[in-house]
Every structure is written in structure tokens, then in C-alpha cells.
Write a protein that binds this ligand. Structure first.
Ligand code: PMP
Length: 360
């Protein structure tokens, strides 16, 4: 068996210990004689798995009591629809446009309400987070939407927008559990699991209870109603059982590491290995504003497209997978989520240094 250094933006690398642990339990989970995949979601054993996952997530993020945790399906994209469908009251929402995912969220929301794009970094190919100091928050905004970490470009909000009292909704898909956050500052946080916490197919929603409304359009599909999922402990229908089980294992892995403060320190150290090298390299350079840099997705280019292609080819042959940048911006992107070991980043930098020397 040979594992590569996998820099995929998602589905992405998972902690090796978690995968081994799941492999050990694959055929017989705790003397049940079956895999978690084969287990009824209504069984006591499964209830314990989902309850423990929720309680470990609450510990990690210090989630206040008046917030519900939901384990749903449909990825981040389903939340682009569920958020407006469920949070709409006045029929107006403010969106901060920091990339293609925020744009997609805004486009979807326009089907249900009036969307005001109150800030955007589109003018410079989303290479920075716009000034958040005096946003024109709409008087009647039902919520303000942000995409915390912009997976494609490698930017991240390092402070929260002042929403002037309006509900803040955050798409945290690509930075979820990478650092401590104050959940009480948000109305709703959602994250697709496939980047930092588990396999694709599970999406986690953390929502303040008073935002869960029954007074929504009665034609809203039942599976798109937060109230239904909240009332049924994420089990109105069959939840993504195996995905939730794996997320639970990742939560325990993080707790054992020392929680989110500890992983944040590791993530800063890891990202700095790469950014420090980029900042002094004569061949490679980071493509975004330094103040907006992400700890999770590091985007960079070399001095020419030919060199980019040569680098991608040679790095792949050397065991560094999925370094190609998103097709919309080209270049390279190293996604260095929680599970990427420091050695993986160091090995990549060593390879880049050697490549630079060889191609001076
Ligand atoms: N939001 C962000 C920030 C993302 O990176 C992605 C996926 N790359 C999505 C939303 C969409 O997620 P999904 O594919 O799970 O619908």
C-alpha cells in the first residue's frame, strides 16, 4: 500500500488514523456483527453514534445550548436553497460576493427573495476579501450571507462583517473546524463534510433555534425544512449514516489533538511553511492579497504557464496529487486541510525548491 500526499480541494484527505479505525470496524462494529453502513438508523447503536458525534462537535465548537446541530444531505449547494427558503421573512437578503460559491448562493437565493450584493471582490478575480468596515446592510435584510473560506481562490475572512444586528449566515465548507470560532456571532453556519470533516454526502448545519420557523411557504419540500429536521433529530428520513459516523471519528481525532486551538496552531505553522517559501521564491508566487490568505487552500503560480504545466506533471510523478488549480483560474492550489500532515507540506516545499533550482 502506498498513500500519496493528496492536496485535493474536496473530497479531500482524511486523518489516516480515522481511516484505519473505520477499516478495523468495517465488518463488525463493536460486536454488532455488521458494518455501520448496514445498521438501521433507528437502532440504539446508531442513535449512540449520532448522539456522540453531536456532543463531540458541541464540545469542539463550544456550541451554545440555543443552537441546533443538524446532519443533512445535499452538500453545500442544498444550503444555498434551504437558507433563503427557511430564513425569508421580509424577502430581502444581503450577500458578500467573494467567489464563485458565494455567487452561486446568491443566484439561487434570487429565486426566492431580493438579493443585494453589498460587497464584491470580483473586480480582481476574487483575490481579496473586500473592506468590511462599513457595509451597506439593508434595513430589512433577513440575513447577511458570507462564504468564510473561498476554496477556489484561497482567501479567507479574518474578521466577521458588522451586520448591524442582522443574522449572519456563513458557508464554512472549506474551513470548518480549522480554528476556534464564536458560534454565538452567527445565526447559521453550514459546511459540506468533504473538505475538513468527512466523506461527501453529509452537510452539517448549526442554526440558532429562533431562526427555525414553521411559518414558511407550505409548498417547501419537506426535506428542505429546518424545522422538520430539527424536530426529528436529523432523522426525519434515513440520514447519511456512514458519513455521520466518520465525521464523529474526525471530531474525536480533533478532541484528542487538543481541540480547535491546537489544530489552529498546527494549521498556521503548516500554511506558513508554504507561504514563507512563496514569498521569497523567484519562480513561484502566491496569487492572493496577503491579508486575505487562507490557511486551507494555498493558490500559487509560477512565472509562466509552461512552467506551471511542467511543475504539475513532475510533482504528480513524485507523489503530490491534485495540485492543479481550479479550471477557472489555472496555476496551482495546495489544499492543506486539517488532515494534511506537516511533513506533506514540507515535502511539497522541498520539491518546489528543487524544481526551482533545476529550472533557474
Ligand atoms: N461552498 C464552498 C465554499 C465550496 O468549496 C463548495 C464545494 N467545493 C460548495 C459550497 C459546494 O459544495 P457541494 O459540492 O457539497 O454542494
Amino acid at each position: 500500500m502506498k498513500r500519496v500526499f493528496n492536496f485535493s480541494a474536496g473530497p479531500a484527505i482524511l486523518p489516516e488514523d480515522v481511516l484505519k479505525d473505520a477499516a478495523n470496524e468495517m465488518l463488525d462494529y463493536q460486536n454488532s456483527g455488521m458494518s455501520v453502513m448496514e445498521m438501521s438508523h433507528r437502532s440504539k447503536m446508531y442513535q449512540q453514534i449520532i448522539d456522540e458525534a453531536e456532543s463531540d462537535l458541541r464540545k469542539l465548537l463550544d456550541i451554545p445550548e440555543n443552537y441546533k446541530v443538524l446532519f443533512l444531505q445535499g452538500g453545500g449547494t442544498m444550503q444555498f436553497s434551504m437558507v433563503p427558503m427557511n430564513l425569508m421573512k421580509n424577502g430581502v437578503a444581503d450577500y458578500i460576493i467573494t467567489g464563485a460559491w458565494a455567487e452561486k448562493a446568491a443566484e439561487e437565493a434570487k429565486k426566492y427573495l431580493k438579493v443585494n450584493e453589498i460587497a464584491s471582490s470580483k473586480d480582481k478575480m476574487f483575490s481579496y476579501i473586500p473592506d468590511l468596515s462599513n457595509l451597506k446592510i439593508s434595513e430589512d435584510a433577513d440575513y447577511v450571507f458570507m462564504c468564510d473560506n473561498n476554496t477556489i481562490y484561497g482567501t479567507k475572512f479574518h474578521e466577521l462583517p458588522d451586520t448591524k444586528g442582522k443574522v449572519l449566515v456563513s458557508d464554512a465548507s472549506s474551513c470548518f473546524l480549522s480554528e476556534p470560532i464564536d458560534v454565538s456571532k452567527y445565526g447559521l453556519i453550514f459546511a459540506g463534510a468533504q473538505k475538513n470533516v468527512g466523506p461527501a454526502g453529509t452537510v452539517i448545519v448549526i442554526i440558532r433555534e429562533d431562526l427555525i420557523s414553521k411559518e414558511i411557504d407550505p409548498k417547501t419540500p419537506i426535506l428542505l425544512r429546518y424545522d422538520i429536521h430539527a424536530e426529528n433529530g436529523s432523522m426525519y428520513n434515513t440520514p447519511p449514516t456512514y458519513g455521520i459516523y466518520l465525521c464523529g471519528k474526525v471530531f474525536k481525532w480533533l478532541l484528542n489533538l487538543g481541540g480547535l486551538k491546537a489544530i489552529e496552531q498546527i494549521n498556521i505553522k503548516k500554511a506558513n511553511i508554504l507561504y514563507d517559501y512563496l514569498d521569497q521564491s523567484k519562480m513561484f508566487y502566491g496569487t492572493v492579497d496577503k491579508k486575505s490568505r487562507s490557511l486551507m487552500n494555498v493558490c500559487f503560480k509560477s512565472t509562466s504557464e509552461e512552467l506551471d504545466n511542467q511543475f504539475l506533471k513532475e510533482s504528480k510523478a513524485a507523489g503530490f496529487e491534485n495540485l492543479k488549480g481550479h479550471r477557472s483560474i489555472g496555476g496551482m492550489r495546495a489544499s492543506i486541510y486539517n488532515a494534511m500532515p506537516t511533513e506533506g507540506v514540507q515535502a511539497l516545499v522541498d520539491f518546489m525548491q528543487d524544481f526551482e533550482k533545476r529550472n533557474e
